[in-house]
Write a protein that binds this ligand. Structure first.
Ligand SMILES: Cc1ncc(COP(=O)(O)O)c(C=O)c1O
Length: 441
């Protein structure tokens, strides 16, 4: 299979989403699944919906259009303030958008009138993190003006924390959001169906047992996809942190000195040579670089250390082991590394699942993607299916050959039919040609 590639385990993703949906449901809070790090993949959207998220949110109208084009059956929210230049597209494809500027709401109103639709608005309030948001003292005025626009329906208010400045969602700022919702409803009548209390960073507060007040929705991305909370990047109890992994392939494997020689000037990406001389080390180079991901956000497997990266190369110290050329290394990754890998045209995206339910959401109609861009996941998925079929055939052929010879697998694995995930593991970990470790010192 081609590398580098992101492997997305839909079963683990489903588990993460279902677990958080259930935990938050106990607190009276629904989940908007944020798909922006998944390029609006209809297959992943479908997985999140099956797990019980009540709506989908994305920061890019292009991703929402991709999901609409694939007939994903969900309410969709644009979670970034719309650009004036995209107002028509926002009204055409998003049910709801997050807003802070009356000029933009005015343009959305005109676009909605033209389209003969009503567009939903959620007003974002500034609670101290200093990214988007109306200052609390200006909220009442903004609501009054918003209610005057034709074809605009005010659906709720919300806030975003722990993004620009790392402000932690807590009892105080969440109570402030609840109080603002109460005050708006008291002044204008009950209008605010949604009070959106933030992103994955609000989980700690929401699940702490604190009074959740009017907060009835959270927008979750990182926690669903990577199983970590973003305040301290700790694993969330009971969730998978490896639902999505990045696989790179070894293209050079040599014992070399740990320090460069010759006169030193600037390196391509400002890397500094190591402070101490470790003597000769196993320098393993993977065809994976800044064009593919954020190398500083990769977590290598035990025994492998990342030394640096350039545009196209990831340089590692593989300790006492030399990895074969063609060996594949699996990395876990943080949100930044995931975003860059997902949006890199050089990284293949491969989904795996034990059993895929049939779903109308994955029937693509209308124009098919033609070039590299947001729609590529669909095309790559299709080619991935073809390669999975090829791989399955190869596995069956080799299993038959093996059963003719001696069965070398551990007793616990004998008589077990290969399913899709085995195929991937087989390729990555067990293939005799790939990934074999040899001792080099
Ligand atoms: C407004 C808004 N809400 C929610 C999210 C999701 O954040 P997280 O991935 O931390 O859950 C983001 C960022 O992606 C965002 O910008």
């Amino acid at each position: 299979m081609t590398a580098p590639r992101l492997e997305i385990d839909l079963d683990k993703l489903h588990h993460n989403a279902r677990t958080l949906v259930a935990r938050l449901a106990d607190r009276g809070i629904s989940v908007t699944g944020v798909t922006k790090a998944m390029l609006g993949s209809p297959e992943i959207a479908d997985t999140l919906l099956r797990a019980g998220v009540s709506a989908l949110g994305d920061s890019r109208i292009e991703n929402i259009e991709t999901m609409r084009g694939a007939h994903v059956p969900a309410s969709m929210t644009l979670i970034r303030t719309p650009m004036l230049s995209q107002a028509d597209r926002v009204v055409a494809h998003a049910d709801l958008s997050f807003n802070t500027e009356l000029d933009i709401i005015s343009r959305l109103s005109s676009a909605a009138q033209k389209a003969g639709k009503t567009h939903g608005i959620l007003l974002m309030v500034e609670l101290g993190d200093l990214r988007e948001g109306i200052m609390p003292g200006d909220l009442e005025h903004t609501v009054r003006q918003t209610l005057r626009f034709p074809n605009i329906a005010l659906k709720g208010i919300g806030a975003n924390l722990a993004c620009q400045s790392g402000v932690v969602p807590d009892a105080k700022n969440m109570a402030e959001l609840s109080a603002l919702a109460d005050s708006i409803d008291a002044t204008f009548g009950p209008r605010l169906g949604i009070v959106s209390g933030g992103n994955s960073s609000s989980l700690q507060w929401a699940l702490s047992g604190a009074d959740t007040g009017r907060i009835n929705d959270l927008r979750l991305g990182e926690s669903l996809l990577l199983g970590r909370e973003p305040l301290h990047r700790q694993p969330i109890d009971g969730l998978h942190t490896d639902a999505i992994t990045l696989i790179g392939e070894v293209v050079e494997s040599k014992v070399k000195p740990s320090q460069p020689w010759g006169e030193l000037a600037q390196a391509a990406f400002g890397e500094k040579p190591p402070a101490t001389d470790r003597g000769p080390i196993s320098r393993t180079i993977l065809a994976l670089g800044q064009q593919d991901t954020d190398p500083s956000g990769l977590y290598p497997p035990p025994g492998i250390e990342i030394l640096g990266a350039s545009s196209d190369h990831l340089i590692t110290d593989s300790g006492r082991r030399c990895l074969d050329i063609g060996a594949e290394i699996t990395f876990q990754l943080n949100y930044g590394a995931l975003l860059r890998a997902m949006t890199s045209p050089f990284v293949a995206k491969v989904t795996t699942a034990r059993a895929r339910p049939r779903s109308t959401a994955r029937t693509t109609r209308g124009p098919q993607p033609t070039g590299r861009g947001p729609g590529d996941l669909i095309r790559l998925r299709t080619s991935c299916r073809a390669s999975i079929v090829d791989t399955l055939r190869a596995v069956v052929r080799s299993a038959r050959a093996r059963s003719r010879d001696a069965d070398h697998r551990p007793a616990s694995h004998r008589n077990r039919a290969p399913h899709r995930r085995d195929v991937c593991h087989h390729q990555i970990e067990r293939s005799p040609e790939r990934g074999r470790l040899r001792s080099c010192r």
